[in-house]
Design a protein around this ligand. Structure first.
Ligand code: HEC
Length: 168
């Protein structure tokens, strides 16, 4: 997204700089540079509209992401900014693919994406914040058949991880 904004910004600036370049002096009274001028104006106007649309979309996405984070913090009492280190330290990343966490490409459990939209956790628990935190701390207490082990993560740390998972 940031790349696209920069690209469009560059396009706009290029169009504007061409637009402002001194135009070749007309040799006779009939030759006027109006055609070139209006084409460039059109390109610049289009670029400006596209840029405005992209900026608006980026702002919307940023606002939605921050609203999700506020809700996730309130639901779990955790701090999502601490979660990335925890998920690497406790081996979550070795068993789960977790988009947004570098190197988290495990295939033992399911990918941890859009947890806020799930109806169940691991197919056995209704998806509530306290169930998710319980699951992260002690999966076997909730499902004795689960292959997910107790990792040693504390309840406070599990809150941080749950906050992160719900903010995605
Ligand atoms: C040894 C592999 C392993 C490790 C380590 C592991 N998990 Fe799991 N996890 C599983 C398996 C297997 C399941 C059950 C199948 C499933 O639902 O993905 C599971 C299920 C889950 C679920 C429910 C997913 C869903 O789709 O409903 C969550 C959430 C979860 N794990 C989070 C974590 C977190 C957070 C950590 C680190 C603290 C962690 N896991 C560590 C293997 C692991």
């Amino acid at each position: 997204m940031r790349g696209r904004i920069l690209l469009l910004g560059g396009l706009l600036l290029t169009a504007l700089s061409i637009w402002h370049r001194p135009l070749p002096v007309a040799t006779s009274k009939r030759q006027t540079p109006t055609g070139a001028f209006s084409t460039l104006s059109l390109i610049a106007a289009c670029a400006a509209i596209v840029l405005a649309a992209v900026l608006w979309l980026a702002t919307q996405q940023w606002r939605e992401a921050s609203e999700r984070e506020v809700a996730a913090r309130a639901m779990t009492g955790g701090d999502p900014t601490r979660a990335a280190t925890l998920m690497t330290r406790y081996g979550c990343a070795g068993c789960h693919a977790i988009p947004g966490i570098p190197g988290a490409d495990g295939q033992v459990g399911s990918p941890l994406t859009e947890m806020r939209k799930r109806v169940f956790i691991a197919g056995v628990l209704p998806n509530t914040a306290s169930n998710l935190i319980d699951w992260i701390v002690q999966p076997e207490a909730r499902d004795p058949h689960s292959a997910m082990p107790i990792t040693g993560i504390t309840r406070a740390e599990a809150r941080d991880v749950a906050a992160w998972l719900y903010s995605r």
